[in-house]
Ligand binder design. Sequence first.
Ligand SMILES: *Cc1c(COP(=O)(O)O)cnc(C)c1O
Length: 384
Amino acid sequence: MPESVYNKSIQMVDLKTQYEGIKSEVDAAIQEVISQSTFINGPQVKKFARELKDYTGAGHVITCGNGTDALQIAMMALDFQAGDEIIVPAFTYVATVEVIALLGLTPVFVDVFEHSFELDVRQLESKITEKTVGIVTVHLYGQCSNMEEILRISDKYKLKVIEDGAQALGASYTFSDGTKAQAGTMGDIGITSFFPSKNLGCFGDGGAMFTNNEHLAEKLQMIANHGQKKKYFHDSIGVNSRLDSLQAAVLSVKLKHLDSYSEARNKVADQYDQAFTKHPGFYFPERVPYSTHVFHQYTIRLRESANRDQLKSYLQEKGIPSMIYYPLPLHLQKAYLHFGGRVGQFPVAEKLCKEVLSLPIHTEMKAEQQEYIIDSVLSFFKAK
Ligand SMILES: *Cc1c(COP(=O)(O)O)cnc(C)c1O
């Protein structure tokens, strides 16, 4: 394959081509907001919240400024108090532990499963103390963690559960009795992010919270809006976190395409899986039986960690981007070392940080582009 033809345009996420496919709808929606000039709390925001509620089946959807705010507002609404302990996976994006620390709570890290990257539920009970009030689970890379087991344990110890579904909007979970639920709608509160590169991304920042509890829904709404239900009367300390009307208008358009976007991502993932089956050099991402996958990331794991950075540079030379999500586990991050993290404490998380590599996956991948990526990955190992 002539490299020059395809390598230029390969990106981790191709938002520009995605936009071109829905340009007339999106442009009209944006123009409508501008014409109405209701930039904050316009009708588009309520409309999108309603549509997202219908899509996810959540009892209530409250929109906000971004996914990190959503996590913070969730913890405030659950009345977590300074000193309380929150269990959180050591291998995830920083946002979760950041808001835990900001609120004066104590993060208690737990290791993850090496093949599915999710919180290792077998270790959960050993982390619970009399100070534990909650568990934050992360549906990493687009696949739900083991909610049935997490909910069983949280019920037993009366803990609150927050689902960080920033990477997994649209993933469907199946409980052992056959009932299904969407990512973010199973815990006390679920959150998601509309950061542009997320599976449902807007043209800036945005986020949302899900709950099936009416009282919590009111609280989330109030906290996101300066702690007020009635303007200028503040019942609790809140924050200012809003999804603006332009973002909501864009999201309404894109939500209609979310399932086809997930399908497109799954097609790319299937192609990778087929090409990489039983490869001696690396593992491809495991699919758990209890969740569909929306492939926010397609993350391989190099069997020899020395190969990871070499493969990354090799691909880069061929014009193929790849990313390391994440290079350092949370317990070893400088900002959080004071919580007692040390090397060797969470061996799987530490190992994954040396082995993982996420390959380009998005809704606009051309077959030729993917062939070129696959050929390049395979040729790296042949050359060794
Ligand atoms: C993106 C992301 C967030 C934060 O969302 P923002 O909208 O960027 O604040 C939180 N958790 C996970 C797992 C994420 O991937």
